[in-house]
Structures are given as C-alpha cells and as structure tokens.
Ligand binder design. Sequence first.
Ligand code: FAD
Length: 545
Amino acid sequence: MVAARESKAASGTAQQVDVAVVGAGFAGLYLLHRLRKAGLSAAGLDEAGDVGGTWYWNRYPGARCDIQTIDYSYTFDPELDKVWTWSEKYATQPEILRYLGFVADRYDLRRDIRFKTKVTEAKWDETAERWQLTTDNGAPVSCRHYIMATGCLSAPKPPEIDGVGDFKGEVYFTGRWPHDGVNLAGKRVAVIGTGSSAIQSIPLIAEQAALLTVFQRTPNFALPAHNGPSPADRRDLFQSDRAAYREQARQSMAGVPYPQQTAVSWQLSDAERRERFEVAWGKGDLVYILTQLWADQGVDFDGNKLICDLIREKISAAVKDPETAAALMPHDHPFGAKRPCLDTNYYATYNRPNVTLVNLRQEPIKAVTAGGITTGKRNVDVDVIVFATGFDAMTGAIRAVHPITGRGGKSLSGVWAQGPQSYLGLTVEGFPNFFMITGPGSPSVLSNMAVSIEQHVDWVVDRLAALRDAGFTTIEPTVTAQAGWGRHMADCSMVTLHRLANTWYTGANVPGKVQGLMPYTGGVGPYRSICDEVASRGMLGFRLT
Ligand code: FAD
C-alpha cells in the first residue's frame, strides 16, 4: 500500500508526497501506476480537466495518431492488451482519449490526480532535500522527487502575425480545439500552417467550409495513411507472439518492430528502388517508409534525394494545378529530417474548387485585419481563422514552469540559455531528484512515444525504488556525465540528415529559440541499452547522497 503521508491539504498547506508527477497523459498515467506499485506516494497534477494529455487537447477535425495504434499502445500489462481492441489502423483522437480514460479507470488513477491545476514554479529546498511546487489552484506540493511528464508537443506556439487581436471573426487553435466542436459549414475559413495537424484537418475542413484558404510557409512531405482496419500482416505478427512483438519494438530504432535494412540505394536498380517505394507508399506506414526503403536513406544525402524525388512525383500526379503542386513540394529538407505527415486526401483536396493555397514564400502575410488576412498580393476575407502553427516542442512545457530553481539558486532557464542540456534526456546537473519523461536528449519524438515513455517511466521508477531501498535521498547527474551525453548526442546527429533541416526538432519554428537538434538520434533500442548499462554499472554518471 502507498504510505499514507499525503495530506489533502487546503490551499496554503503543502500536500506532502514522495513524488509529484506533472502531466496526466500517456506518461503521467503510467508513472502514477508504477509509483503506486513501488510503494511511493504520488500526486498527479494537470492543467487539463481530465486525463489524456495530447489527446485531451487536440480535438481538431481529423486528429489521429500516425503510428499504427497496434504499436501506439501501452505494453506493460498483457491483460490490458487483450481487453482493448483498436477499431482502426490509426485511431481517432476520441478513441485514443477513451483508451486513456479506460486505463485511468482500470488502474484507479484519477484519485491521485488534481485536474485544472497548473504547476507554475518549482524550487529545490536544499535543507529539506525536497522540491516545493507552486500551483495556480489549491495547495502547493512538497515532494522528494519532481517528475515532469509535461509532453514534447503540449505547449502551443503563439501566432507570430500582427493584428490577430483585431480580427472580428472566430479564431481556433488546433492544439486547443473546443470540446464541443466547431461548426464550419458554409463559412469562409483560413488555415494557417501546413504541419501534421493542418494536413490531417484540411481535407475535413474543406468538406464543410464554403471556401478554404490555406496559408503555407513550408511544405511538408505527406504520405497516404490508407486508414482502415489494422493490416492483417501486422495483426497476425502481433497475435502470433505478442511478447516477442513488443520486445522487438523495444529493441528497434524507432519503437516499431521493423528490421534494419542492409541494402544501400546504389546497390539497387532504378526499378528495384521504385518497386520498394511503391510497396511503402501502398502500406501507409510512416515508420515503414522512414526505415525500410534502403539502409542509407536517413544518413546519405543522395540516397535520401531518391525518395524525395519519388514523393514529389506523387504530389505532381495528385494535384491538377501545376503551380499549386510545385508549391506543395518540399525542397528545403531531406525526407525524414523533418517529421513527415500521414494524410487522407490531403493533396487531392487542392483540386476542389473551394480550396486555394497561398504560398507565403512568395507573398508573406502582412497583417490580420478585422475581416481577414492581407498578404503582399491579396486580401482574403474570412469568417474563421484556424491556427495550425504547431508547438514550442520538447522544451516549451518544461520552461513554462518558471522558475525551476535547483541547487544554489540556479534556474533551469539560465542553465539552458544556450540550449537544453541533460544526461540521458532524463536529468539535469544542478537539479537533484528532478526527472523529465521524453525530455530533450532522449529519443522521444523520433520514436513511437508509447514505447519510449514506458522505457523512461520504468527506468525512473526502478531507480527511485532502488535509491529508497539503499537509503539514498538524492540523485543528480555529474557535470562530466552531462557533457559526455551532449557530445554523444552531437556525434549521433552528425551521421544523420537531421542536421540539414530547420525544424521543430531543432527549435527553428520558434522565433528566438536557441537552435540545435533536441531529440537523441541514436535509436530507441541502443538508448535503452545505454540506460540499462548506466544502472548496472552502479549508476554511472550520477551522484547519490
Ligand atoms: P502529453 O500527452 O503532452 O501530456 C502532458 C500533459 O502535461 C498535458 O495534459 C498538459 O496539460 C500537462 N502539463 C504541461 N505542463 C503543465 C504544468 N505546468 N502544470 C500542469 N500540467 C501541465 N506520438 C506518437 O508516438 N505517435 C503518434 O501517432 C502521435 N500522434 C500525435 C498527434 C498529435 C496531434 C500530437 C500533438 C502529438 C502526437 N504524438 C504522437 C506525440 C504525443 O504527444 C505523444 O505520443 C504522447 O501523447 C505524449 O504523452 P505525454 O504524457 O508525454 O505528454
């Protein structure tokens, strides 16, 4: 049983727990379950009104996962796997939210969570060796360990356009979509942005709206999802040996059980490459097309360009107007160096008479006015503006808790002024007993996050239980270990093509954000081995007291 040290404190008196878990999405829920099983008392805190995280907030039309749901699921309890069956290859947001609610009920997690409660500040108390968290709703929290399960894509990026406040029509953000839906029927709608949320929602908005104008700054590669029932080959593989399937995912590069390719592009003829590409295009599977074409696709510019050319051919075939097709073709980044999108009828939507693409590279937005949007070449009158402008990824939600004050009064923002530093993407020197789930420096957004989240949570909770059992009260990485991880991160990224793209992976989408590749590119399986080795070698790189 959990030690009954929690106090349901009134505002002012701190709630005392072993561990505070900020966030009640995939990561926070699993943390609460594991901590309870480990006999550690925990308080979950979430700004949201219920569990779900990403899937609580992102309710825009067409919101779905883009990793097959058979893979984008918890794996910690084989019984859970058996009692939940996904209805589609890529489940919709409502279904994923139902799943997370089902998980919360099954393991009785809601009783440990304070909803509508935002953590605003965090301070390490050196004498008490505890974190003190300030919230915007009710009691502060005093905890031995502070875990941020605040999400990589949970801090929406504000629009960088003048005059948004002057607009007299309706304004929506895909990352904060109203819970009771939005009626767009017969309206003139603008969508700003062409990232994943835009690419998922544009075809559905186009079906409802009288007129849809899409404002695009940077085109993305999008691949057909071919959604439907879970494909028989994956389902059969999973059902033939569920444990082996899950284990293969844990050891894979991206958290989905696909083997490493060995043939490099120049060993294959044009016809062989095209055949492989067509198979991948027909599968509608992001991880498959990102990893299974040829071995050098993610590391060699020429090997990668072959794929870019083949996708551009597909765009050209799908979009009737050549000028629109050309504007939709990415040329500024290698395929996979920026997260590609999965779509349903995205390119074909531009053939509809009610849809127009505005290429902001040729005519930047000058201002949002009372009645619409003005570019250098036109005024577009609209009733509704949908901002699909993405997130301050990976560090946004962490830095929004301000200040996070560690040992000696150090602030995390100060330590990260030149970009995030961490050891294993999990911990930061100078911030004892502080953990991040899928933080900068971990595989996170380059992986199936369900698998990465489980690995992080298991590793952190196992360490906390071991520390407690050994009589330690603090854990903190050393300067040397953190610097070494930074060098290893840089070495890994130098052999990939990520260095050639300005993306949200590098912070380039947020004005003023220090740029540098934030996720670890060494792969999910290798990362897991490193974490396990750290633990088995007496917590290599950590100072315990
Ligand atoms: P989140 O789900 O983001 O939850 C974090 C929670 O922390 C939020 O509820 C937030 O309210 C709360 N929070 C943050 N700061 C505070 C604070 N200061 N105080 C209190 N609460 C706070 N990943 C995949 O692997 N596959 C996919 O197919 C996929 N599809 C996605 C589709 C969309 C539209 C988006 C936006 C992301 C997608 N992702 C996908 C990434 C997705 O974010 C992760 O898979 C996963 O849901 C993250 O879970 P999490 O618990 O780490 O964070």
